[in-house]
Design a protein around this ligand. Structure first.
Ligand code: AGP
Length: 607
């Protein structure tokens, strides 16, 4: 994970680096640091903990200069500490790194045998030593020195290197960790993603695997690792910098929960064709007739969205679907190949496990469709087809609007497939499409009723555990509700298929255990109510999410949160919002670090 940022130009680098790191802190916040050059040498200022610690330190130890690099860390090799914070400097060479050097043990031994002295436990410092050795062997050109050192390194990386002896340029290299270049007027930027530099420029070059970049204030040169030049046209990013700001909300997560009606509307734009009762997915062009099976690969929240996708696609398009945890998929030699459509779901488009699963699937001849929120991120670029959710930048580590827009994408995909293979009747498609268009208003209704969740969070927040139950497409929502609560409030929670409760978790139930039950109207309703009664009989406290107009459920549940009535296929999109809000308010009352919960990072770029 980790966030990297670099600047070369005429302005003071440090405020720009800090501004960029502030936007990248979601990628890791174990430590932060900058290296900025002026008057013959770079000054490295770095420390353990959040960016604020670095900013405080910079007040006492300013780092002036117009070229520099900055880093925010999610620890992999070496605990969070001042010494392990990036940048790492060896001789005249400063390095920042996002990724993992896989052959670090062998390199450390080799460098130690050659007399290197290490000042950190990190793998990154080894790369600084390697470059330093190349430079000391007589290679004065930094780009050549970095290329030479790279030949010894295996793993995932986005490196940026600065040389005190040539303070006009930054040299960067990318393999399997994200990197973008921002083009300015007499200045240029490097960053892990566009949000870090969006306030400064919208002209972006997306860097691809195996590329080496040399930037000065007036030029950007891209080559492959053999030094062969590569051409790239800049893309203009249309997100506004404001979308990556909190906009008056206490946390990004709360802002992003409230953005869901707008985000869902944006996902639908141009994709609902009411004249033909169809979905317009021009960007995808799937060979539907030849899809024999669909396999979803994803992690975390995106995995939960995929489980809903299984329900939708099997239901509406009658195509067999499997859902795989991306982190497990490639380790069992999966049976996948031509005729399979692998759908890789990833908000960030950078998750290493999902990327590895995509490579595995492509290597075995399957076609890959990526569903992602980040345009031009690695997974969509690797895939055969890309479908973007258009939720806008999601900064809170706990995914909210990315999830609901993934669910909308699943509905669109299921209708698209069903209309093309003839399994979805036109009239049903029409009903669903018109309901989809009404969805943003219904979501706004749910979000606007958040005050009840605040009250419930205060009442049940002191509990030490929660159980979430659902059936059918509400089962993944139970999993998602439990994940949200765990990751931001640190309260243990389990998501369970309601019918499975009596096979084990029922033993947990007593008067201290809040049980959140997803019970919207539909074919599973009666069975879910029976499960509620089983909880009630054991004194469990029941919080039910039910459809507005349901007057029966109050007879069994202790608390009822009512949501608008929508088609069964759209219910998960509506029912998850109260769970997001419950988790948010529980965490807020506990006072946890909601946008940057402990041990987590937004984008998990290590396997
Ligand atoms: C969601 O709240 C989590 N923080 C996490 O599970 C996330 O969904 C997972 O890491 C996958 O990320 P991706 O969608 O960017 O691939």
């Amino acid at each position: 994970m980790c966030g990297i940022v670099g600047y070369v130009g005429a302005r003071q680098a440090t405020p720009l680096l800090i501004g960029g790191l502030r936007k990248l802190e979601y990628r890791g916040y174990d430590s932060a640091g900058v290296s900025v050059w002026s008057n013959g040498a770079s000054r490295v200022v770095r420390c353990r903990g959040k960016l604020q610690n670095l900013e405080d330190k910079l007040l006492k130890e300013p780092a002036p200069g117009t070229i520099g690099i900055g880093h925010t860390r999610w620890a992999t090799h070496g605990r969070p500490s001042d010494e392990n914070a990036h940048p790492h400097k060896v001789g005249a060479i400063s390095v920042i790194h996002n990724g993992i050097i896989e052959n670090h043990l062998a390199l450390r031994q080799e460098l130690a045998a050659a007399g290197a002295k290490f000042s950190s436990e990190t793998d990154t410092e080894l790369f600084a030593h390697l470059i330093d050795r190349v430079v000391r062997s007589g290679v004065k050109d930094l780009t050549t020195a970095v290329r030479t050192a790279l030949a010894k390194v295996h793993g995932a990386y986005a490196f940026v290197v600065m040389d005190d002896d040539d303070p006009t340029k930054l040299v960067a290299a990318k393999n399997a960790s994200p990197m973008v270049i921002g083009l300015g007027d007499g200045e240029n930027f490097i960053a892990s993603d566009v949000t870090a530099i969006l306030a400064e420029t919208r002209k972006i070059l997306f860097i691809e695997e195996g590329e080496l970049i040399t930037i000065t204030k007036d030029s950007v040169a891209i080559t492959d690792f053999e030094g062969r030049p590569k051409q790239r046209e800049p893309k203009i990013i249309t997100w506004s910098a404001m979308q990556a700001e909190k906009g008056g909300f206490k946390h990004f997560m709360l802002k992003e929960i409230h953005e869901q009606p707008r985000a869902v509307a944006d996902t639908l734009v141009g994709r609902v064709d009411l004249e033909r009762d169809d979905v317009n997915l021009d960007e995808v062009k799937l060979d539907v007739a030849n899809i024999k099976r669909i396999i979803f690969v994803a992690c975390g929240t995106s995995y939960h969205a995929s489980l809903v996708g299984e329900f939708l696609i099997e239901g509406l398009a009658r195509i067999p679907v499997e859902v795989e945890l991306a982190s497990e998929f490639r380790y069992r030699d999966p049976i996948v190949g031509p005729g399979d459509l692998v759908v890789a779901v990833s908000q960030s488009g950078e998750t290493a496990d999902t990327m590895a699963a995509v490579r595995e699937a492509k290597g075995k001849g399957a076609k890959v469709l990526a569903i992602s929120n980040v345009v031009e991120s690695s997974i969509p670029r690797l895939a055969d087809y890309a479908f973007y959710t258009h939720a806008g930048p999601e900064i809170g580590v706990a995914s909210t609007k990315a999830f609901t827009t993934q669910l909308v994408s699943m509905v669109l995909l299921a209708i698209y497939l069903g209309r093309r293979n003839g399994k979805l009747p036109q009239a049903r498609a029409r009903e669903l499409l018109s309901e989809l268009l009404q969805l943003p208003n219904k979501l706004k209704d749910v979000v606007d009723h958040g005050a009840q969740l605040q009250v419930l969070a205060r009442r049940y927040g002191p509990a030490t555990g929660f159980l979430f139950l659902g059936r059918g497409a509400q089962y993944p929502i139970a999993l998602e509700g439990a994940l949200k609560l765990k990751e931001i409030s640190y309260i243990h929670a389990e998501g369970y298929a309601a019918g499975e409760m009596k096979h084990g978790p029922i033993a947990l139930i007593d008067e201290h255990l809040p049980v959140v039950v997803l019970a919207p109207r539909g074919p599973n309703y009666e069975k879910v109510v029976s499960n509620l009664s089983e909880v009630k009989a054991r004194q469990g406290k029941i919080l039910a999410i039910a459809t507005r107009g349901d007057t029966d459920i109050g007879g069994v549940a202790d608390e009822v949160v009512l949501i608008p009535d929508v088609a069964i296929e759209l219910q998960p999109i509506v029912s998850v919002i109260p769970l997001q809000m419950l988790s948010y308010y529980v965490a807020d009352f506990k006072g946890t670090d909601i946008d940057q919960p402990r041990n987590l990072a937004k984008s998990v770029t290590v396997e």
